[in-house]
Design a protein around this ligand. Structure first.
Ligand code: GDD
Ligand code: MN
Length: 250
């Protein structure tokens, strides 16, 4: 197959990936997710760093992160904590400021997003020189495991309503397992107004508006085993508000 004009092969070791891990009460999950990240990056040979953005978790997540830093090294594990819980969207923005990679990977720290998919994200990005690659639960072999009916309906519903209102041309709008070119993410973040979970949806909608190219990789999302979701009723209300704001302004 002829290679596309845009897919200039970058140097095998030219690219660096900054993984942003926002954490709030993830003491049990953090060691395993970090171990898996180190494993898959080690095997694939790409340069990387892991940036943990802990929001003053009362369960001692930051202390665990400090121990992991001792084990894997300060060049691999960066700690960029904040004093209190300020929301997922702003946690990413905070993390980006400290990232030294030319690509940024955003994912959950609770093992719902498996690091084994990262090499696929990277390959997909290189294949089409995409501005961003989004994991999708709603295409191909993608899926969701372990959610109750309520949670499935919320997620499907949020995706469906957004698809109908905004037609963003991506199959998973509320997912948060994504890879971005750093400068693309920076320019998207500048445009984004939302602070909580709705951030993910706004990012992909804005990406389409700005004509950024989007690649997709099917992922399986597995509900967390340890700890609990921080997605509460408030977040659902602010999602709807955010959606309406976007609908009105785009
Ligand atoms: N620093 C920080 N601050 N981290 C946070 C905060 C916060 O205020 N709130 C949540 N997190 C972290 C969690 O510790 C976890 O690593 C990640 O963000 C996702 O939080 P969860 O509470 O596990 O989210 P979820 O499983 O309910 O929701 C997932 O699915 C949604 C819809 O499909 C996430 O992937 C969401 O981003 C997604 O929108
Ligand atoms: Mn989760």
């Amino acid at each position: 197959m002829a290679s596309r004009k845009t897919s200039q092969r970058s140097q095998p070791d030219g690219d660096k990936y900054s993984v942003l891990l926002p954490t709030y009460n993830e003491r049990e999950n953090l060691p395993l997710i970090v171990w898996l990240l180190v494993k898959y990056f080690g095997e694939s040979g790409y340069k990387y760093e892991i940036i943990v953005i802990d929001d003053g978790s009362p369960d001692g997540t930051l202390e665990v992160a400090e121990q992991l830093q001792q084990i894997y090294g300060e060049d691999k594990i960066l700690l960029r904590p904040r004093a209190k819980k300020l929301g997922l969207g702003t946690a990413y923005i905070h993390g980006i400021k400290h990232a030294t990679g030319n690509f940024i990977i955003i994912m959950d720290a609770d093992l719902s997003h498996h690091p084994k998919f990262i090499p696929e994200f990277i390959e997909k990005q290189k294949e089409g020189n995409y501005d961003l690659v989004s994991g999708t639960r709603y295409r191909g072999n993608g899926g969701v495991y372990g959610w109750d009916l309520r949670r499935k309906i919320i997620s499907r519903g949020a995706n469906f309503v957004t698809q109908v209102l905004l037609r963003p041309g991506a199959s998973d709008l509320t997912g948060s397992f994504r890879l971005y070119k750093k400068e693309v993410l920076e320019s998207l973040v500048e445009q984004c107004v939302s602070k909580g979970y709705v951030f993910q949806m706004e990012m992909i909608v804005r990406a389409r508006q700005l004509n950024f190219t989007i690649g997709e990789v099917p992922i399986s999302f597995v509900d967390r085993v340890y700890g609990e979701s921080k997605l509460g009723g408030n977040e659902i209300v602010s999602f709807l508000k955010g959606l309406l704001t976007l609908f009105a302004t785009t």
